[in-house]
Design a protein around this ligand. Sequence first.
Ligand code: KMH
Ligand code: ZN
Length: 271
Amino acid sequence: MASKLIISCAVLGAELTKNSYPSLPVTPEELSQSAIEAVNAGASIIHLHVRDKAQKPSQDKEIFKEVTKLIKNRCDCIIQYSTGGAVGTPVKDRCGPLSLKPEMATLSMGSLNFGNEIFENTEDIIQAINKEIIVNGVMPELEIFDYGMMDTVDRYLKKNILPEKFHVDFVLGVLGGMNGEIKSLTMLTDRLRVGQEWSVAGISKYQLPLTAHAIAMGGHIRVGLEDNIYYRKGELCKNNAQFVERVVRIAKELDRPVASVKEAREILKLT
Ligand code: KMH
Ligand code: ZN
């Protein structure tokens, strides 16, 4: 039987600007408010990127600390720091916030074209971030953008490089990565070890169909402005919570109970 549904919300990302989404939450206050609204709507994981005062993507540990404090002051949730940062962020900076020991952090499992840029994750980069994740006792979420990255996961598992416990997230629909067709998702889930918990983050138009399928397949789901700004074609979403609310409604119709934060920690073996 499928576990209860864990909803993650990627509240900001590194690529989006106020030009394309005017009410983008960027300051610590705006970001924490949006995260809290998402949690109140049913999300139990907040995938976090932050911005500096000039609204530029940042891996500044102090900003992560401030946003984390603002969120935790007002609600309990699992906070997952991005180690992807923005395209081109040096690996040392990408690891910067890990010393704050968040419950979770991302670990991208390979390089890919990211629009017209390259999101670089060489073997050295993956292993350097993985090492910092282990040193700080953080649970990684392996970000899979393309099919071959599952081979890297298998190779690392054979070599015993990865921590014992991890979560897997398929990020599908990046321009340069694997598309978000349903058959992409089923090909990827076929590669997982039995019992491995997984989620899917569908970029843009893929978000809604992948949500419905992941819920039915027993996976978990990530939504949020980092991945998609449109509630439906041509209509910008109101905020992060609106996406989470829709996932909760679909899950209810599909008879899949939504996990509380406590239950999410149990499912992910974070406790
Ligand atoms: N901003 C992307 C280049 C992550 O958060 O770990 C990478 C990213 C992945 O967003
Ligand atoms: Zn991210």
